[in-house]
Design a protein around this ligand. Structure first.
Ligand code: GAP
Length: 502
């Protein structure tokens, strides 16, 4: 993760928000390359799920909506995370991401150590030894097996266990409070009144904007069941512990689809189909299929309205974590809005000649999390020969050409030869009309390649003396293999078109 964060800052992908004021936890800014990568991910998603399909329509709803929407959806009353405070260190923890492990000394249970999700074994052992030392039992044998295997989520810990727990950053036991619900929605006030009637919320998901507009789209479009509504937009959550770079932040972006189906449709088969489509899409933007796994939520952990949820998990640098949630939400949301708004959410199904409130399958993906997955998949360190044939280490971002921030770099071999520069600039201007390309005339050619490798530009195009003196061909270099071949301008454009837009 450190390497990725370092590269993102060094090369202008991602900066901590408000950095000149020391940063602002849970918020990030995307620099020149980051915004290109982000836009390319969103465009690829929109192209594949909206433009290239006949059954999905797009939407862009407002971020602040009528507060009744959040009452109907259940967010006002239920959208919270369990929070535990440490009275000593003043740190706050998400109780469902905090665990305890028993400290057994010479076969006797002497307390518990608390640790956050993802903590490594040596850290847990170190904390257990701290507890052992504080109990004046320095010589006692610690049961490391129990410490490594017997983990309990803090939300399930008993009062007695809590009282005996050494919190992750405390020196004494029993400093953690019992978990309590912490509301995640950001509140604001709308209009000139400052009283409670003015309270509104920044949306914590884009999905409710879709449900709130479902009727508009049914009434004005020519949709027929099954059909979907897609939306990309910002969402805000006052996360207790934003962490792992852009993985969990307080302001992020979602790409969500609500796919409406008949109540009697084979939702299990449709759910499976969506899981496969989503997996294939992740592979199409460069994630390796081996890094993607499925986490099927156990029935007892599902929300009461949910029929099934499967998360696509990805192997991030900080462990295997949720990337894309694909949920079958039944007719819960539409029925809630029907009840709270008094407006019918029924659709007339021409095929079955019946009226009903449709059920919904919801694939919900975070843009920022996808971007982190893409960065993780792309980050590579290898060794390649330099201009003089000496093998050198290089960092290369192996982005798929479809989403790479810069598609190609154009280099005149020498910057002080006007004949080379003229041809290179002309080609650059031509390619720039279609793609985000880069022109670089300064420095040794090997160094110029290396700079592009580090930002993941898939192709290098060099204009050399053969171009101007012989046949007009240019050298096309592949970022990953470093192989070079000569191509005509027409071949070059066909090739780029296929790789970037195909
Ligand atoms: N409408 C359903 C919904 O919002 P979710 O599992 O809470 O479900 C969906 O969020 C996706 O949004 C997640 O799989 C993740 O990719 C992204 N996401 C959620 N919270 C996030 C956060 N705090 N920071 C970044 N991405 C987040």
């Amino acid at each position: 993760m450190e390497d990725i964060v370092g590269l993102c800052k060094r090369r202008g992908f991602i900066f901590a928000s408000s950095e000149i004021y020391g940063g602002y936890n849970g918020f990030y800014d995307y620099g020149p390359l980051g915004v290109e990568l982000r836009n390319n991910i969103k465009q690829a998603w929109w192209r594949d799920f909206v433009h290239r399909r006949d059954d999905i329509e797009g939407l862009d709803s407002s971020i602040i909506m009528h507060p009744k929407i959040w009452k109907a959806s259940g967010h006002v009353d239920g959208f919270s995370d369990p929070l535990a405070d440490c009275k000593e260190s003043k740190k706050r923890y998400r109780a469902d991401q905090l665990f305890i492990a028993p400290v057994i000394l010479d076969g006797e249970l002497c307390g518990y150590v608390g640790f956050v999700e993802g903590a490594d074994a040596p850290t847990i052992v170190k904390r257990a030894k701290k507890l052992r030392d504080s109990l004046d039992k320095k010589q006692a044998t610690l049961d490391e097996e129990a410490l490594a295997t017997q983990h309990t989520e803090f939300t399930d810990a008993t009062e007695e266990q809590r009282a005996q727990t050494l919190a992750p950053e405390a020196t004494a036991v029993g400093t953690l409070t019992a978990p309590r619900a912490f509301k995640l929605m950001f509140e604001t006030k709308v209009g000139p009144l400052a009283d409670d009637s003015a309270v509104a919320y920044l949306r914590p998901e884009t999905a409710q904007g879709i449900f709130a507009n479902y009727k508009n789209i049914v009434d004005t479009g020519r949709v027929k069941i099954p059909f979907g509504i897609a939306q990309i937009g910002k969402a805000f959550r006052n996360e207790i512990t934003p962490r792992n770079f852009i993985f969990r932040s307080r302001e992020f972006e979602q790409m969500e689809i609500e796919y409406f189906i008949a109540p009697e449709a084979d939702w299990k088969a449709l759910h499976r189909d969506w899981i496969d489509q989503c997996t294939n899409w992740l592979v199409s933007i460069g994630l390796s299929p081996e890094g993607i796994t499925e986490d099927i939520h156990p029935t007892e952990k599902l929300a009461f309205y949910s029929q099934a949820t499967t998360d696509l998990m990805y192997q991030f640098p900080h462990g295997e974590q949720e990337l894309w949630g694909i949920a079958c939400r039944s007719d819960y949301d539409l029925k809630q809005h029907q009840q709270h708004s008094g407006k019918s959410m029924e659709i007339f199904d021409e095929a079955s000649k019946s009226k009903y409130v449709p059920h919904v399958i919801e694939p919900s993906l975070g843009v920022d999390r996808t971007l982190l997955a893409v960065l993780t998949a792309a980050y590579t360190e290898d060794e390649v020969p330099n201009d003089k044939g000496k093998v050198e280490k290089r960092t290369v971002m192996k982005f798929s050409p479809k989403i790479a921030p810069v598609k190609a770099a154009i280099f005149p071999l020498l910057k002080n030869k006007p004949e080379l520069v003229e041809v290179a600039e002309k080609l650059y201007k031509k390619l720039q009309r279609r793609w985000n390309v880069f022109y670089d005339a300064s420095g040794a050619i090997g160094r110029r390649y290396r700079r592009q490798d580090e930002i993941g530009t898939p192709y290098g195009i060099t204009i050399d003396f053969d171009t101007i003196e012989k046949d007009g061909t240019v050298t096309l270099r592949d970022r990953d293999t470093c192989e070079q071949r000569r191509v005509t301008e027409a071949e070059l454009i066909d090739f780029l078109e296929e790789q970037i837009d195909g």
